[in-house]
Ligand binder design. Structure first.
Ligand code: ADP
Ligand code: MG
Length: 254
């Protein structure tokens, strides 16, 4: 019997910065449709791992496979983006002077740069798609507002919507709850849960209330000193002594 290949597989990945090993013999496997939460103390290498997947930086050794592409490191950042890997950085990077609607138009897959995208006529299917995304991210009532005037949480949702418009197959989301109110955080959790299964998502997060909301019944990976320390259901991970020692004893976790 042949085994189903992983959607994403990182194997034996190492990355040093000036002699400091940010990523160390990292092995990480993800199946299609998973919503995987990655936790770990500051400096564990979480953001660097996303940088390696998206081609922002290259591994020293090891490889990252994605949907039949054997080694992402051979590709440019743009080529990786075009394979369908979308990333949300910790701070929102929306076009503040454009409306919510325009931000989504600019992200539509196949769009041709800012000027062309804003002035070409949308097909009705594209318009419908944007309407649907607006509903998903709960911004239908803010369609024509300039993105710069949105609340912090709304900007984050818009950015997630932009990944959807881009038709990203893999969504990489770095600390979405940072700086959010409790209500915004809970809404973000609902949003990610509504996307699970339809999309494959990796969420990096510190806020354990939020992690427990999105990770029930799912696998959580704990990163420590650039490697996966342990993986499993959220309850198991939270009661693992190694995890308690390196992470859960710290101020971010409970
Ligand atoms: P996390 O996201 O888990 O907090 P990071 O991946 O941001 O951790 O960082 C892991 C380590 O790698 C940190 O010590 C950080 O200073 C270092 N690092 C990350 N990116 C760079 C870079 N571009 N240049 C130098 N050091 C870096
Ligand atoms: Mg980080």
């Amino acid at each position: 019997m042949t085994q189903k290949p992983f959607f994403l597989a990182a194997e034996g990945v190492n990355k040093s910065f000036d002699g400091f090993k940010a990523i160390r013999d990292l092995n990480f496997y993800l199946e299609e449709g998973e919503l995987r939460t990655v936790i770990g103390p500051n400096g564990a290498g979480k953001t660097t791992f996303l940088d390696l997947i998206t081609g922002r930086t290259q591994p020293d050794t090891g490889k990252i496979e994605f949907q039949g592409v054997h080694d992402l490191s051979a590709l440019s950042e743009h080529a990786i983006y075009r394979l369908g890997i979308g990333r949300k950085f910790q701070t929102p990077t929306v076009y503040t002077d454009h409306t919510v609607f325009e931000n989504l138009v600019l992200s539509l897959s196949g769009s041709r740069g800012v000027f062309a995208s804003l002035f070409f006529k949308l097909k009705s299917t594209q318009r419908d798609r944007i309407e649907e995304i607006l509903k998903t991210i709960n911004l239908s009532e803010h369609t024509h507002r300039k993105a710069g005037t949105l609340a912090h949480g709304q900007k984050q949702w818009l950015e997630i919507g932009m990944l959807l418009a881009q038709e990203a197959k893999l969504l990489l989301i770095d600390e979405p709850a940072a700086g959010m109110t409790d209500v915004e955080t809970a809404r973000t959790g609902e949003l990610l849960l509504s996307l699970a299964g339809k999309h494959t998502i990796v969420v990096i997060e510190h806020d354990m209330v939020f992690v427990r909301q999105i990770a029930q019944g799912r696998k959580v990976s704990v990163l420590h000193q650039g490697s996966v320390l342990c993986e499993g259901p959220v309850d198991q991970v939270q009661s693992d002594e190694r995890v308690i020692e390196v992470y859960l004893g710290r101020k971010h976790a409970r």
